[in-house]
Design a protein around this ligand. Sequence first.
Ligand code: PLP
Length: 261
Amino acid sequence: MGNLAKALTVAGSDSGGGAGIQADLKTFHQFHVYGMSALTAVTAQNTLGVHGVYPLPAEAVANQMQQVIEDLGVDAMKTGMLFNVEIIEAVAEQIRQHQVKNVVVDPVMIAKGGAKLLLDEAVKAIVEKLLPYTLIVTPNLPEAEHLTGRPIRNVAEMKEAAKAIVAMGAKHVVMKGGHLPADEIVDLLYDGEQFFTFVHQRVNTQHTHGTGCTFSAALTAELAKGSTVYEAMERANRFIIEAIATAPGIGRGHGPTNHWA
Ligand code: PLP
């Protein structure tokens, strides 16, 4: 176990187990990566929606990060729900102090049911404080629109937005195209020079809760194991497509994806 890969998720708890910290840790485990967590907020949540959000003090987030980084070591980390400016600043400061490499930022903003997982004023802090330390940022289209302030209606506009986001400081952008109204979904990887597209058929299902969390956790797990960004993207993409296609269909609302995919 001397070369056990270790990954950290800095994210919120989903009591329903489909998204957030729970999805991240299950995904790390599925990729045979040792998972650690720094909790940012507790949500009271199930497949019907988010019924309460209880953020932790920024100091508690920073302390959790510090303790695991200094003792166990972190080969790759991801951020999910960060909720407010104070937490974002604390996370960025820990990354800076400990020079954490392989940082994946999933710029979680609004849950599918409409609950705010990031305050409006905190979008700017993600851009200014966190993106400069980011190896891969993984916006879906609404998130990319918030980050860039421009509408995205087609793949050409996805590419323009990806360029704008790399100009903000992130090294790579993975933009998930599932919000475009087409049967063929185009996911985009941009490394600042080249675009790579990953095209697949849409799976028609309501069980997509936690898709973004699970995908970014898979990317992080692959980076922790030493995969290149392109390899990590290929494997995480294959994993999430399979996870959606084989979702267990539990709960009365938007159920989780298959965490054993
Ligand atoms: N709850 C938490 C704690 C999350 O981190 C996320 C992820 O983005 C969500 C909920 C969103 O879940 P959904 O995929 O249903 O939008």
